[in-house]
Each structure stands twice: as structure tokens, then as C-alpha cells.
Ligand binder design. Structure first.
Ligand SMILES: NC(=O)c1ccc[n+]([C@@H]2O[C@H](COP(=O)([O-])OP(=O)(O)OC[C@H]3O[C@@H](n4cnc5c(N)ncnc54)[C@H](OP(=O)(O)O)[C@@H]3O)[C@@H](O)[C@H]2O)c1
Length: 273
């Protein structure tokens, strides 16, 4: 039911997943189980979220074959070195109870530390060793991606960046796509705050008999973005999954594009970490 996108290394990733940022560690297993029961097969976690063990427990107890699941984790900001990138992935694998993840990301570039090139070389080695099927980055600007292109031999498979109708990131998405890098959109519904009350979304949602969140998620899908909305609420987990049985018109997509205000929720990639 959920379409996949083929990454630049041939690995297929489900275009919709479930994000677990800000889900309490003690609740994570139950929330991920609810998502898996709904049909989600792609989970996005991170070392920073402190809830990889809960993700792992839900996977183990689900009985779903490993090869039907797509699991992403991200390197913590204190792990920027060749060796720490590998060591910290092994620690994640222990917490997740897995022998490999599907995607491993550098969470933030931390350009002031200036170690992301060396860290990326650790990622290349982790992939060669089979501990992750794909490798990618998060919150990378074109100048960070350009350095990887010049100084290393692997183009990231994805760049996970903040994207929602208040920050549509047209230039960075275009850069990613011209370089064969898939765009993953974090906080795809703008963390639910304010954005979902906008009149443009209400009008489209009413016409289609959908919710504003479904309209925004569908806008991402039609732009080719990979999304993993988070919710602690079962009815929303289910609602966010029902986005493949309707379509926005070109005018709808353009109207949502025009909501752009270049307004971030999260940190500027040059400052974070
Ligand atoms: N790489 C990075 O730096 C980075 C940064 C941030 C996030 N991420 C990833 O992206 C994922 C998603 O981003 P996010 O968690 O920040 O924000 P989000 O998915 O855009 O929004 C989550 C918020 O929206 C609410 N919500 C969910 N579905 C809804 C619906 N159908 N209607 C109304 N409200 C709804 C949730 O409330 P309830 O939970 O109360 O239902 C929650 O407060 C994260 O979980 C994480 O995996 C990555």
C-alpha cells in the first residue's frame, strides 16, 4: 500500500514511515507496536531520542520478518569521528536488537567541529561491513554535501531536512534531487502547531473530505519527499497512514507551496550541536 522510493544505492525505502522523536522511552514500544499494527513498516529513530530499545522491543515482539521492515537511526552529535561513527552504530544495534539497520544518518553536520568528512568515511566503512544497508546525512546544506562529493567516494543516499509548508526548502530539495540524493522531510506537519489551522489547508481538506494533516502529508508524497510523522495518538497514527487513496491537484500543490515563509521550527544546521 505504501509506495517505495529507490535510493541511489538500489535500496528501496517506504515513502511513509513513523517517527519517534519525543516519544517517551517507556512508551516507545507500545507506540511503535501501534504503528506496526496500522501497517507502517518504516521507523525513524536516533541515538539522541533515547528510545532505540523501545523500537527494538516492538520489532522483536511484532513477529514481522526483518526484511519487511526499514529501520533508520542517526549518529549522536558527540560521535563525530571515523571510529566513533562505527562504535556508536554497534551500540545502537545492541539497543535495537538488530544485526544491521537499513539507514544510518549523520544527525547534524556540526560544521564548527569540522569532522563530518572523517565521520562520513566511518559511515562508508560501516556500510561495507554490512552494519547498515544505506548511509545518508541529515540537516546538510549544499556546502556540506559538496565537501563530501570532493573528499569522499560515496554520495549520501538521503538528506533528512526540515520541510513543511512553512519551510518548503525548494532550493535544497532541488540540489538533493540533482545529485541523486532523496529528500526526507522531518517535522512534515510542522509539529502540528499553527500550521494545521491555516485557511489554505482547511479549504483543500474540506473539499476532499480529508484532514489538514492528511493534505500536508499528501503534498509531501506528491513532491517525492519521504515522510515519517510522529504521533502518540492512535487515531492520528491511523489517519496519517490514509494518504494513498486520494490526490491533490496541481493547483492544490501550488497553493500549499505558496504558504512558504522560510520559517524554521528547529535549529539552523550551521549552529546545531
Ligand atoms: N533529523 C532531524 O534533525 C529531525 C528533527 C526533528 C524530527 N525528526 C524526525 O521527524 C519525525 C517527525 O517530526 P516531528 O515529530 O518533529 O513532528 P511532526 O511529525 O511534524 O508532528 C508531530 C506532532 O503533530 C501532532 N500530530 C500528529 N499527527 C497529527 C494529526 N493527524 N493531526 C493533528 N496533529 C497531529 C503530534 O501530536 P500527538 O503526538 O500528541 O498526537 C505531534 O505533536 C520525528 O519523529 C523524527 O523521527 C528528525
Amino acid at each position: 500500500m505504501v509506495p517505495t522510493i529507490k535510493l541511489n544505492d538500489g535500496v528501496e525505502i517506504p515513502q511513509l514511515g513513523f517517527g519517534v522523536f519525543q516519544i517517551e522511552p517507556g512508551q516507545t514500544s507500545d507506540k511503535v507496536k501501534a504503528a506496526l499494527n496500522t501497517g507502517y513498516r518504516h521507523i525513524d529513530t536516533a541515538q539522541m531520542y533515547g528510545n532505540e530499545e523501545g523500537v527494538g522491543r516492538a520489532i522483536a515482539e511484532s513477529g514481522i520478518p526483518r526484511d519487511e521492515l526499514f529501520v533508520t537511526t542517526k549518529l549522536n552529535n558527540d560521535g563525530h569521528s571515523h571510529d566513533d561513527a562505527i562504535k556508536k552504530l554497534d551500540e545502537s544495534l545492541d539497543r535495537l536488537g538488530l544485526d544491521h539497520v537499513d539507514l544510518y544518518l549523520i544527525h547534524w553536520p556540526q560544521p564548527k567541529q569540522d569532522r563530518y568528512v572523517e565521520t562520513w568515511q566511518g559511515f562508508e566503512d560501516a556500510k561495507k561491513a554490512g552494519r547498515t544497508r544505506s548511509i545518508g546525512v541529515s540537516n546538510f546544506n549544499p556546502e556540506h554535501l559538496a565537501r563530501l562529493a570532493v573528499e569522499t567516494s560515496t554520495v549520501p543516499s538521503v538528506n533528512q531536512i526540515e520541510v513543511h509548508p512553512h519551510l518548503i526548502q525548494a532550493a535544497l530539495r532541488d540540489y538533493n534531487s540533482r545529485h541523486g540524493i532523496a529528500t526526507e522531510a522531518w517535522s512534515p506537519i510542522g509539529q502540528g502547531k499553527g500550521l494545521l489551522e491555516e485557511q489554505t489547508l482547511a479549504t483543500i481538506a474540506q473539499r476532499l473530505g480529508r484532514s489538514p494533516a492528511q493534505v500536508v502529508l499528501r503534498w509531501h508524497i506528491q513532491h517525492g519527499n519521504i515522510v515519517f510523522p510522529k504521533s502518540n495518538t492512535l487515531s492520528r497514527v491511523q489517519e496519517n497512514f490514509q494518504i494513498f487513496d486520494f490526490e491533490l491537484t496541481g493547483d492544490d500543490v501550488a497553493a500549499i507551496d505558496r504558504m512558504n515563509a522560510d520559517r524554521r521550527i528547529g535549529a539552523d544546521p550551521n549552529d546545531a550541536g
